[in-house]
Design a protein around this ligand. Sequence first.
Ligand code: ZN
Length: 176
Amino acid sequence: MDSDELREVAGGITEWARRVRELRNEEGYRILTHNDRNELKAGQYLLEDPKPIPAFERAISKETRAYVLDRNGFTCQMCGAVAGEPHPYDPARKTRLHLGHIIDKSQGGTDDPSNLRALCSVCNEGASNLTLDRPTSQKLLIQVRRARGIDQEEVLKWLLNKYPKRAKEILGEIED
Ligand SMILES: [Zn+2]
């Protein structure tokens, strides 16, 4: 929708821009603008998801959110999708991360950072069928060994980027 259409739907009132802000900031609707997506022009809006962000997630402080996302390496803890990158199961979609509970609230889980983890919108909606079990290094290695060289290189780059200090140490040990 663009601003002219919104103005028309709103019956000529000029308060719609504020209402859009309210829906986004206070009611948790993800309404994107040209600041979020290049393909949107100024004055165009995109409702990314008809479901608002759950109240618990909006109640969590920016600091806690940043802390949990950083701790999880800005990576979905179920499928491994990385924030801002195309989603592996739906490449047309940029990966957006949410906070989810590790132990569900219905099972006595709390909103404490220790019980929170990063989940992408796909996993958060339960759309992926992956299990919660983390792969062991043995299983990972089997997958990596079977992958194409070009994909192995991607893994190498990603790991070097994630663990620069450790990479230097290991390379130092190899040279010694
Ligand atoms: Zn995911």
